[in-house]
Design a protein around this ligand. Structure first.
Ligand SMILES: [Zn+2]
Ligand SMILES: [Zn+2]
Length: 346
């Protein structure tokens, strides 16, 4: 498709991004062009926008930001049979190589040479975006474009909570950022008995309640261990979803788990973390589980069912909807913490 489009581009190293006019991208034989109808801002986008050390080490400018998306198929590469013109789609953001050990043993989401949409290749904060056929995901028409674009982080939440086998269990969600908030809803729908959320930001604690939390705690003001004991009849939680990546939160959370329990960790600490392995893990027989991204495509199937059947309502976790042009405002909101998922619409 010839022509121009608007896009949010990191034009040069440093803080911020610019809304610029660029050519509508051309697709290769294994790719699909979509017209973007809804996108959402991820923490990754903020890292790139703010240009932290990680961004500096991976991003090559110019680079179109964004990876969470819903849109319509407008052009299809010669080798692609998965979708047809006009289909309502979203995109997985892991771009796997397809032939490394991980890819060949059913773990494409942790491919050894994985690329990421909006990080290593141009992203979706634009009128149009190129998606690899392997990553295209056909949405159910019953799902709104806003919810459809949030399926990617919802998949992170699903993967994390799934690891805890939470039905009938007491669960602590440590950190109620956007994915932590989605995880509250997932834990509820997966049948957790009691969901306790630990989060210093009161705006986010309020949303956690709306997403189904039974108790919310400000760990900087209250004794998390005491609250967990009180809520669980003195036993402790069976499972922690560690979404904060904060070393203090991680240590506090470990101590709230009952003997024989488990913790899945999605939030990653910026530096090495010290934990009391002997007392908090080994002697308590705690299972620690690392979570990266989403299973391709198990978590997408679960997300689709939950949203299509209206078993999970994401409304409280979508706090802002802005035109794409207002991405600076969206990034400022993300930085303030007084938001959950922010939708941008081209
Ligand atoms: Zn994301
Ligand atoms: Zn691979």
């Amino acid at each position: 498709m010839a022509g121009k489009m608007k896009a949010v581009v990191k034009t040069e190293p440093g803080y911020g991004a610019k809304l610029v006019e660029v050519d509508i991208p051309k697709i290769g034989p294994s790719q699909v062009l979509i017209k973007v109808t809804s996108t959402s801002i991820c923490g990754t986008d903020l890292h790139i926008y703010a240009w932290d050390k990680w961004a500096e080490s991976v991003i090559k400018t110019p680079q179109i930001l964004g990876h969470e998306v819903a849109g319509e198929v407008v052009e299809i590469g010669a080798q692609v049979s998965k979708v047809k013109l006009g289909d309502f789609v979203s995109a997985e953001t892991h771009i796997p190589c397809g032939h490394c050990y991980q890819c060949e043993t059913g773990k494409q989401h942790v491919c050894n040479t994985m690329k990421i949409l909006g990080v290593h290749v141009d992203g979706v904060f634009a009128d149009y975006a190129v998606i690899e056929a392997v990553d295209i995901w056909l949405n159910d028409p019953a799902i709104t474009p806003e919810f459809a674009s949030v399926q990617e982080p919802l998949g992170n939440a699903i993967d994390t909570i799934y690891a805890g086998n939470v039905a009938g269990k007491n669960v602590l969600i440590s950190g109620a950022g956007p994915i932590g908030l989605l995880a509250v809803g997932v834990a509820k729908v997966f049948g957790a008995t009691k969901i306790i959320v630990s989060e210093p930001n009161s705006y986010r604690r309020d949303i956690a309640r709306k997403m189904g939390a039974d108790a919310v705690v400000d760990p900087t003001q209250e004794d998390l261990g005491y609250v967990v004991k009180h809520c669980t009849g003195g036993i402790g939680v069976d499972f922690v979803a560690e979404m904060s990546g904060h070393p203090v939160a991680l240590n506090q959370s470990l101590k709230t788990i009952c003997t024989g329990g488990s913790m899945a960790m999605l939030g990653f600490p910026a530096d090495k973390v010290s934990i009391d392995l002997t007392n908090d893990v080994i002697l308590k027989e705690i299972t620690l589980i690392g979570i990266t991204g989403r299973k391709m495509f198990k978590t997408w199937h679960i997300a689709k069912r939950l949203l299509k059947e209206k078993r999970l309502d994401l409304t409280p976790a979508i706090t802002h909807q802005l035109p794409l042009e207002d991405f600076d405002q969206g990034m400022a909101l993300m930085k303030s913490g007084n938001c959950a998922k922010i939708i941008l619409k081209p």
